[in-house]
Design a protein around this ligand. Structure first.
Ligand SMILES: *Cc1c(COP(=O)(O)O)cnc(C)c1O
Length: 454
């Protein structure tokens, strides 16, 4: 309990604090709530600081809150599919589709030719099937959801076991662990082989009366080298077919284009290639290399896709109209063979270092006379998002050494400049990899650097 005339008195009134803060670009109830919380925290503390110190504290808390508001940033990391930075940026066509679908009514579940209730996402499912060379396709919230739906469907009867190689029991970032997803879906894990070796015989021995399905997980975010062995997908497919067990592969990234033709990266299997090998169903993410919105795409045998769509659980995993429209626009780009010019993730793979150097030189020229040592450097860009983990794409960086502040300070101030600029520190320099910066952002980069270094 406080003594009535002790520190309590020094805690300023909410209204006075709000006035002293001046205008803040957040809704008033949010600011009031934060000020109340901060002042309450002061009351429970021992000594109460002066008014200015209190204001600083409130301002810091406001900044943290403001920073947590979802907002665009400039990606100078060179990691094209950066999970912390929102994965794939959308194409202009997808962004336009979002605007149009968002601001209007639509035929989401309405049949325009008959004038009555219709199916959902029929065109998208049709075009996804074409782009995957599959009999059928559908889409849910993300790849994790796709996997859960598939697991629940195939293990809902007596047979609960899912046969999977120990070498594929991976964690895929964001706490997504294959064994945990499996068990949470009511499946029973039937691990086979060892971390580095699994043979066809291991699969054959494990498949029995209890087997619900065989699952293969694309080892996407790490590479296993050396003494490694696993049977060819075709062999597992033939075995599964013989034993009449469904065979599913989680592809993770799901490149729809042959990316190894676009950049010096190792090939990423396309859904079409994998389905040709005899896999019954594949699932993959919409917002990794594919370059669309967050989504989980399932493609393969018609009978299986239809059955998945009839699962009551499917309803809980379905995408909303905005996602469907953005994905529809993205897939259309691939079908029109415009991915190399329209899909940002694919464009970023393709852009030449020559082009990056020209842009870099323009930025450098604008920094002349500022308190910084600036030069162009060699970057090591990556696909990211668990794709082609071994592949480094040579790139171009702007390397900066500010004269009047530390690199950590410099990095922090760039993060704070709206839009925040995220680079990395290496070799005693702050570096911005231009491969993941859109040309239209060069101007913003220059402005942010100039304002901080002036
Ligand atoms: C990324 C990834 C997932 C998860 O995909 P989300 O769309 O984020 O749910 C699942 N499996 C693999 C192999 C992945 O690489």
């Amino acid at each position: 309990m406080h003594k009535p005339d002790q520190p309590l008195r020094a805690v300023p009134a909410v209204e006075r604090t709000l006035q002293a803060l001046g205008p803040i670009d957040l809704p008033r109830p949010v600011v009031v709530n934060l000020v109340r919380r901060e002042l309450a925290a002061l009351r429970s503390g021992k000594a109460i600081p002066g008014f200015e110190a209190i204001l600083d504290r409130v301002r810091d808390a406001l900044r943290v809150l403001c920073d947590s508001r979802l907002q665009p940033v400039i990606n100078g990391t060179g990691i094209i599919v950066h999970t912390n930075l929102g994965r794939a940026p959308l194409s202009a066509a997808a962004a336009e589709a979002l605007r149009e679908m968002g601001q209007n009514y639509s035929n989401l579940e309405y049949d325009l030719s008959r004038g009555e209730r219709g199916g959902r996402a029929a065109y998208l499912e049709h075009s996804l099937a074409i782009v995957c060379d599959a009999q059928a396709a559908t889409v849910v919230n993300n790849c994790a959801a796709a996997l859960v739906l598939i697991l629940r469907h195939f293990t809902r009867g007596e047979r609960k076991q899912v046969v999977i190689s120990r070498g594929e029991l991976v964690q895929i970032g964001g706490g997504f662990r294959i064994p945990e997803i499996l068990e949470a879906s009511g499946a029973q894990l039937r691990e086979i082989g060892t971390t580095n070796k699994t043979s066809l015989g291991d699969y054959s021995k494990a498949i029995g009366r209890e087997t619900a399905m065989v699952l293969k997980v694309h080892r996407s975010n790490f590479f296993m080298g050396g003494f490694v062995e696993s049977p060819a997908t075709e062999e597992i497919a033939a075995l599964a077919r013989k034993k009449k067990i469904p065979f599913v592969e989680d592809l993770g990234s799901g490149a729809l284009a042959a990316i190894a033709k676009l950049a010096p990266v190792e090939p990423e299997p396309t859904p079409s290639e994998i389905l040709k090998k005899g896999v019954d169903l594949v699932c993959f993410s919409g917002d990794k290399l594919l370059g669309g919105p967050q989504a989980g795409i399932i493609a393969g045998k018609n009978k299986l896709v239809s059955a998945l769509k009839r699962e009551p659980f499917f309803r809980a995993l379905r995408c909303d109209k905005l996602i469907l429209s953005a994905l529809q626009a993205t897939v259309d780009c691939y079908l029109r063979q415009q991915e190399t010019t329209e899909i940002p993730t694919i464009e970023m793979l393709r852009i030449t270092n020559e082009a990056l150097r020209i842009r870099g030189a323009t930025v450098l020229a604008a920094l002349e006379g500022l308190e910084v040592k600036a030069s162009l450097g060699e970057g090591k860009a990556q696909v990211g998002g668990g794709t082609s983990p071994r592949s480094i794409i040579p790139s171009v960086t702007i390397d900066l050494l500010p004269r009047k502040m530390t690199l950590a300070d410099f990095a922090a101030r760039l993060r704070a400049a709206p839009p925040g600029l995220i680079g990395y520190i290496a070799g005693g320099r702050f570096r911005i990899d231009l491969r993941t910066v859109f040309p239209r952002q060069d101007e913003q980069v220059t402005r942010a650097l100039r304002s901080i270094l002036r």
